[in-house]
Structure formats: structure tokens, C-alpha cells
Design a protein around this ligand. Structure first.
Ligand code: DGJ
Length: 382
């Protein structure tokens, strides 16, 4: 009797849970105690959290939030990458500067006044090192250098030791380039195919040339451009570095070496000519999902959603994952990371405030699923 009663209880709970799951209701900000989007968010010392374009690493039962330290009047890196720790994703303790800009060596790639954006940190079990990758622009070059930087540490909170920066995979063609692709590449002439701006509505010939690798060819010898970026640790332990390349026109998905501090040379292109920034990736029910943004500087635009059965593609585009008021501008934010929490996912985004960069806000939204497809809503829950 007791047995059947508890069975009924478990069965009833399972039915309610399954129904709630199907309805996408099982995760809300309150369950996770996340702050309201755009609200000022203070650390445990009462100071505004300053960790933009960031990511979260869960290590030994603690969450670590890494992000760009932003100053009031400039987006240039005057401090470096900060790190905070938390047990509940809500109360964050400031742990200091994980990777500092270099104030002493004027030859350093990361000297004060460079641009350091979108740091992502992962842990390598085999080497016991924490590895940080970030988008780097050398001081005084605006956004022209388009490099990636890498740093390592024995401790999660740092200090991280800067290893090097550079363009990616010089001299190497994408892993899936066929003889036909190579023959097409041979016909392209980047030197004589200059356009004023890649954002303009350019000619069909130019768009075709971009898809065939116009900028890939231009940058082949020196290495591919890399701006907005993320890292993904795959189920088999392979780590993927995903970044906006080819003048932000095309995303590249590049494999990292076993120690995570360099590239193996194998990479794939995604959505050539699609102008995607801010990639954030996660895996759900055997599929890879990617949320990106368009390219409109600090101003928000509509998020894009893609899925694939393999991280190297082919990727398929879905409609805008945001629903409701503000969906056309991602509710004012731009994605930076998708955090898995148990069986659920949180979309982390920045609400940039270029008039006072340090006052940039955060928008963490639980991801719901509709028939397996992710979507985002911006409820204010009281
Ligand atoms: C959008 C990018 O996503 C940000 O990281 C930053 O690079 C801004 N553009 C700069 O305008």
C-alpha cells in the first residue's frame, strides 16, 4: 500500500514536471534568484559588478565570472579582465584582476590602452591549468589588429600569465575545403576587390566572392582575423574557439590543441557573409545551438539562432529566438555566453552603455524550449 502511494506520488510529480518542462516553465529567474535584466548589480562589497562580455566557469562547486573591466569614459582596457566568485549565481564576491594589462612594458601586446574583449576561461584537467582566450586589439590600432590573446594560470582566479597574441591559423585553408573550393579561391583577387564598407549593400558578385573566401584569401598568409569570440568544451573534450573572422563577415570554428593554448590548424567556416558577432554556444538534446547578434557596434540588434548536428556544421538558421516586446533588439542586450545550470541554460547578455561604459548592465535570461527549439522571453517576475 505504502509502496503504491509513493509510486503514485512520484508518478504525479513526474507528470507535473514533464508538463512544466514541455511548457518551458520549469526555469524562471526567481528559481535561480537572478537579478532583473538591466538592474544595477552589486558585488558583496557593495560595488557595481564590472565584468562585461564575460563567461562563467564552474569549478569545484563555485561559479567564477570573468569579464572585461570597463572604465567610465573609454572602452579601452585600462585594468584588464576581472573575476568574481559565487555559490548561487546571485551574490558575487570580487576576486580581483585575473589578467592585468601591462603598465610597465611598452612593447607588450596587452599594454594599458589596448582593447581586451570577451574573455572566456576553461580548465584543462590534463595540465591542471586554467586557460583564458580573449579578443585583443593592439593599442592605438582601433579594431584593425583583430587578434586573439591567450593566458594561463595555475589558480582559477589568477593571476593569469599572458602567453601571446596573434591572428589565427596562418597559411591554412579550412578543413573541409575541396579541390573545387581551392580552384574557386584561385580565381579571386582580393587586391582588386575593395569595397567601402562590408556593411553596405554590396554587389551580388562581391557577396559571392565573400562566400568563396575573398577575405580568407586576403588574410591567408598572415592568419585569419578574430574578433568577438567564445570557447566551447565539447562532449569528447575537444575545445572549439569560435570567432568572428573575415572582417566580421564569417564565423570560424577552430579546434584548440590538447593543452588549449594554440590551434591545431583544423577549422571550419560558418555562415559566410552573414555578419555575425557575439557567438554563444550550447548543446541540448544532441544538437548544437548558437545564438549570435548582427554587427551594429554598441547598439543592440536582433539575435540570430542556429543549430547543427555537428559543431563543424552544416548550420541551419532559425527565426529570431527572442519573443515579445523588444525582440527586434534582443531586449536591448547582446549575448556573451550560455551557462548550463543543471539541465537548464541561462543566456547571458550585456546591455552596453557607451556613454559610461562602466555602467553597462547585464541581462541573464533563462532559455525556454518550444518543441526542442530554444527561445528567450523578457518577463519581469515579481
Ligand atoms: C560589438 C562587439 O560585440 C563588442 O564586443 C564590441 O567589440 C563592440 N562591437 C565595439 O563596437
Amino acid at each position: 500500500m505504502i509502496k503504491s502511494k509513493s509510486f503514485l506520488f512520484v508518478a504525479a510529480f513526474a507528470v507535473v514536471f514533464a508538463a512544466a518542462t514541455v511548457a518551458g516553465l520549469y526555469l524562471d529567474r526567481k528559481t535561480l534568484e537572478l537579478p532583473e535584466p538591466g538592474e544595477e548589480w552589486f558585488d558583496t562589497d557593495g560595488r557595481r559588478i564590472n565584468a562585461h562580455g564575460g563567461c562563467i566557469l564552474e569549478h569545484d562547486g563555485t561559479y567564477y565570472w570573468f569579464g572585461e573591466h570597463k572604465s567610465d569614459t573609454t572602452h579601452l582596457a585600462m585594468v584588464g579582465v576581472t573575476v568574481y566568485s559565487s555559490k548561487d549565481l546571485n551574490r558575487w564576491k570580487y576576486e580581483g584582476v585575473a589578467l592585468s594589462v601591462d603598465d610597465a612594458d611598452s612593447d607588450s601586446d596587452i599594454r594599458k590602452g589596448c582593447i581586451m574583449e570577451r574573455p572566456k576561461v576553461i580548465y584543462n584537467r590534463n595540465t591542471g591549468k586554467f586557460v583564458m582566450w580573449f579578443h585583443l586589439e593592439l593599442k592605438g590600432e582601433g579594431y584593425l589588429s583583430a587578434r586573439s590573446g591567450v593566458a594561463v594560470s595555475d589558480n582559477v582566479t589568477g593571476p593569469y600569465r599572458f602567453l601571446r597574441s596573434g591572428r589565427i591559423n596562418p597559411g591554412i585553408l579550412p578543413a573541409d575545403f575541396t579541390e573545387k573550393d581551392k580552384a574557386l579561391l584561385d580565381t579571386l583577387d582580393p587586391e582588386n576587390f575593395i569595397v567601402e564598407s562590408v556593411h553596405d549593400d554590396n554587389t551580388p558578385q562581391w557577396r559571392e566572392a565573400v562566400a568563396s573566401g575573398l577575405y580568407l584569401k586576403r588574410d591567408l598568409a598572415g592568419g585569419q582575423m578574430a574578433r568577438d569570440m567564445t570557447l566551447m568544451v565539447d562532449e569528447d573534450g575537444t575545445v572549439w574557439h569560435i570567432y568572428s573572422s573575415e572582417e566580421n563577415l564569417t564565423l570560424h570554428i577552430a579546434e584548440l590543441s590538447d593543452d588549449y593554448t594554440s590551434h591545431t590548424g583544423r577549422y571550419w567556416r560558418m555562415m559566410p557573409g552573414g555578419l555575425n558577432e557575439a557567438p554563444a554556444v550550447f548543446r541540448h538534446n544532441g544538437k548544437y545551438w548558437m545564438i549570435t547578434s548582427g554587427c551594429t557596434g554598441w547598439a543592440p540588434n536582433a539575435a540570430r539562432l542556429f543549430s547543427a548536428d555537428s559543431i563543424t556544421g552544416p548550420w541551419r538558421q532559425h527565426p529570431n529566438p527572442c519573443r515579445g516586446k523588444g525582440a527586434d533588439v534582443t531586449f536591448g542586450g547582446q549575448g556573451t555566453f550560455v551557462l548550463p545550470v543543471g539541465r537548464q541554460f541561462v543566456f547571458m547578455a550585456d546591455i552596453w552603455r557607451p556613454e559610461c561604459h562602466s555602467d553597462g548592465r547585464y541581462m541573464w535570461l533563462p532559455i525556454s524550449f518550444d518543441d526542442g527549439t530554444p527561445y528567450l522571453e523578457h518577463h519581469i517576475i515579481h
